[in-house]
Design a protein around this ligand. Sequence first.
Ligand code: ADP
Length: 508
Amino acid sequence: MNKSPSGFPVPPLSMPLGVAVARGRVLIVDDNAELVEALRGVLASGLPGLHIESAANGVAALDIAKKGFDVAIVDVKLPDVSGIDLIRPLHAASPLGEVLLLTGCASVDAALGALRSGAFAFVLKSFRPEELISLVEQAIGKVQLKREREELERRYRDLVEVTDVLVFALDGEDRVALMNRKAASMVHTVPEHALGRPFLEAWLPPEDRSGLRAAIAGTRAGLGHHRPHDVETGFVDQSVPSTSRRRVRWHLSCSPEPAGLVYGIGIDITERRALEKRAADAEALSAMGELAMNLAHEIRNPLNAAVLQLHLLNRNLDRLEAEASTRAALKDRVRIVGDEVGRLNRLLTEFLELARPRGIAREPVHIPRLIDEVLDLEAESATGRGIAILRHIPDDGCVAIGDREKLKQVAINIVVNALEAMKHGGVLTVTVRHAGESVVLVVDDTGPGIDAAVLTSVFDPFFTTKEAGTGLGLSIVRKIVDQHGGDVIIDSVQGRGARVTVSIPMGR
Ligand code: ADP
């Protein structure tokens, strides 16, 4: 396969381009008016339809050349410049044009010098008419081919850039030979910066690399059979792990020339996979079904009774006649039971919240006021943990349509997670703004951040890394945000905190 000067691989011409056959523009540069007329006559009779112009010196020639020419017939000896020195500026003025040098005396050195300077051919002034006609015809043919190739290249580039799919080509060492803008922007780069980088190491999560490597090898091995290989991988900017990791289904194929160039065409299937996963989660929850919900309700009543009894027991212990140390030990046990009962209660509340198929209210919710309320609620807990709260919350303008109580739950769950993450103090930054047709809430913490491997599971029901966690907080957040037609993303660089971004449509 050919490579254009821009490095863009051009597949062989296989479709008619429909480029109009240019009749050709010829520029004659010679100060001998008689010869110019003779050349005009020869060309006009041999190649009818040519557009012929002439110039008597280099300056005038360059002026005309700017309009574009196909072939320039240039006398080596011009009044103001050597014809050889004129070749480069002529090419600069009309890059596709070809230059024929015209000279009275031929020497091998002069001929070689002319060709080396980029001339198409060298013609003696004693030329035979058919010789000149043939050379000009060949030069025009060459220019037309270059023009067709440029057009073809432009069309392929448009095809690759305009299309909604992701495109890459890898060389024999799996380095990027081509990446379209859409693919590049997905991993926060531009095609020019992607060139030459090792594709797998740069943008594939480690767990997906061997799969793609095997598919590439298989594609290369099956070259002769033109058997395409399909493979699904993550496609990520590794520097910022995020829950919004894209999943892409790649279709690989290999072109026989140049050896080993593997093409990948990818379709972003992130949403599809996310929907499938949510459907599976919802199915799992509904499989637990009504029975589990009833059970949860049933457990709740005795639990509440147990809380009450523990409270009474605690008070009785205060009055118990026993050694202080015995009483303290007993009270400690009661406290442990109380904590566990509290945790069970929380689990039940959250489970019921997640499993209950209840609709949501649709009313205007003033998000800044709601967030202020939540932060006031958590202020004491934050102070107790040595955490400062920074609020970037506008007074108004950010009204979303939705369920106030549920959105409050979203904010509480996210803020509490952030506070719990900052075990040794830190800063909680909460920002509310509107972006397009949505209200956006961003919660940043300066905690330890979330490991890339953990990040893929944080929205899974019952996934927790905390000793007393329920693993339902973020599942509830996602369910509520989904119900509002919004979006939630978590980004985190390990060791540098986490950022949760929620957007809720304003529903205008
Ligand atoms: P829980 O808080 O009960 O564990 P969640 O669903 O709210 O359940 O959170 C799931 C997990 O996500 C947490 O156990 C924790 O590992 C991780 N996580 C959530 N938010 C943060 C955060 N701000 N910083 C670090 N880890 C977090």
